[in-house]
Design a binder for this molecule. Structure first.
Ligand SMILES: NC(=O)c1ccc[n+]([C@@H]2O[C@H](COP(=O)([O-])OP(=O)(O)OC[C@H]3O[C@@H](n4cnc5c(N)ncnc54)[C@H](O)[C@@H]3O)[C@@H](O)[C@H]2O)c1
Length: 306
C-alpha cells in the first residue's frame, strides 16, 4: 500500500491474481523446479502468504535452490493450486496468521513432514484499506492491520524460535516495506505496521543471536502484485492493467529497470543462504535507491536573476 504525495491516494492490494495475466509483465520464473544449483540443499522453509505474489516467487526460488517449502496461506484453494504447480517439494497448509494456533500448527506441520525447520519467512501483510489521513483513522481498522502485519509476524517469530532454539540454528525472515523506512509513502496504519516489522526483527535478533539464529527483513519497493493492482483498478477505473503496472514501475527511482517479485525472491535467497551467514538484524531495502536520497529542488544559475 502506498500513498501518492499529490493526491494522498492509497494503493491497496488485491487477492485477484487473474488481473496479473493481462499486464504483460513476466510474473513468475518459468525455470525448471527440479534443476537447482543447491544453495538451499536439504533446507526446509515455511513461507506465510506464499499462495501468491512475493511469497510464491520466493517459494519458487527456494525450491529451485534445493529447499522443501511449506506454503502457509489463508487462501486454501489458491494455496493448494500453488503447491501443486510448484511440484513435490512444495506443500500447503491452511493458516490464518492472526490465529496463533494456526501459526503454531503450520510450524509443527513443517517439522513433522520434513523433520526440522531451517527457514521461517513471515511474509504476510495487508494494506487494510485505512484512510490516508490520521484524522479519519478508525482504530478498529488500525487494530486489524496491526493484527495481521505485526501480531502475525511476531507469532511466526515466536513459534519458529520454539523449534529452532533447541537445534541452535535457523533463519527467520520477514517482509517489511519501503513504507516502513520513511514516512509519507502509505497511510499511517500500514506504514506504522511496517516500521514495527523492522523493530521486531532487531529485537528478536538480539535474543536469537545467542542460539546462532539469524533474523532479517526485506523492504521491497512497489511491485504490481495482486495486492497493489486491486487498488490501482479502483483508483483508475477502466484503465488497462498493463498501464497501471507501468504507473507503479515509473514511480521508482532507478532508470532502465523495475522492481519485481524476483528481485525480492533473490534478496530472500541471499539472506537465508550461507552466503549471509554473518548477517542478522538487517533490513535489506530493495528499492533502487528510492529511500536513500532526496534531490534539492534549487533553480539553475541562469534561472536566478539579481
Ligand atoms: N507488492 C508491493 O508493492 C509490496 C511492497 C512492499 C511490501 N510488500 C509486502 O509484501 C508482502 C507480500 O505481499 P504481496 O505483494 O506478495 O501481496 P499478495 O497479495 O500477492 O500476497 C499476500 C498473501 O498473503 C495472504 N494472506 C493475507 N492475509 C493472510 C492471513 N491473515 N493469513 C495468512 N495469509 C494471508 C494472501 O492470501 C496472499 O496470498 C506483504 O507483507 C506486503 O505488505 C508488498
Amino acid at each position: 500500500m502506498f500513498r501518492l504525495k499529490s493526491s494522498l491516494i492509497c494503493i491497496f492490494m488485491s487477492r485477484d491474481l487473474s488481473i496479473l495475466k493481462d499486464f504483460g509483465v513476466k510474473y513468475f520464473s518459468k525455470r525448471s523446479l527440479s534443476n537447482h544449483p543447491g544453495r538451499l540443499e536439504d533446507k526446509v522453509a515455511l513461507i506465510t502468504g506464499a499462495a501468491s505474489g512475493i511469497g510464491k516467487a520466493t517459494a519458487i526460488e527456494f525450491i529451485n535452490n534445493g529447499a522443501k517449502v511449506v506454503i502457509a496461506d489463508i487462501q486454501d484453494k489458491l494455496g493448494h493450486e500453488t503447491a501443486t504447480e510448484l511440484g513435490p517439494n512444495a506443500s500447503f497448509i491452511s493458516c490464518n496468521v492472526t490465529k496463533e494456533s494456526d501459526v503454531s500448527e503450520a510450524i509443527d506441520y513443517a517439522v513433522s513432514r520434513h523433520g526440522h525447520l531451517d527457514i521461517m519467512y513471515n511474509n504476510v501483510g495487508i494494506s487494510g484499506h485505512t484512510p490516508p489521513s490520521i484524522v479519519d483513522l478508525n482504530l478498529e481498522d488500525f487494530d486489524r492491520v496491526m493484527n495481521i502485519n505485526v501480531r502475525g509476524v511476531i507469532a511466526g517469530i515466536k513459534h519458529a524460535s520454539r523449534v529452532m532454539i533447541p537445534r541452535r540454528s535457523g533463519c527467520i525472515l520477514c517482509t517489511a516495506s519501503v513504507t516502513g523506512v520513511m514516512g509519507g509513502l502509505a497511510p499511517p496504519a500500514y506504514s506504522i505496521s511496517k516500521f514495527a516489522v523492522v523493530g521486531m526483527v532487531k529485537s528478536a535478533a538480539a535474543e536469537l543471536c545467542n542460539y546462532g539464529i539469524r533474523v532479517n527483513c526485506i523492504s521491497p519497493f512497489a511491485i504490481p502484485t495482486a495486492f497493489v493492482m486491486d487498488e490501482m483498478v479502483m483508483m483508475y477505473p477502466g484503465v488497462d492493467a498493463s498501464k497501471l503496472a507501468g504507473i507503479i514501475h515509473k514511480s521508482g527511482a532507478l532508470e532502465g529497470t523495475n522492481c519485481d517479485v524476483q528481485d525480492i525472491a533473490k534478496a530472500a535467497l541471499y539472506l537465508v543462504s550461507d552466503e549471509a551467514k554473518y548477517v542478522s538484524g538487517h533490513n535489506l531495502v530493495v528499492d533502487g535507491g528510492f529511500t536513500s536520497f532526496k534531490n534539492l529542488t534549487m533553480p539553475t544559475p541562469d534561472q536566478v536573476v539579481n
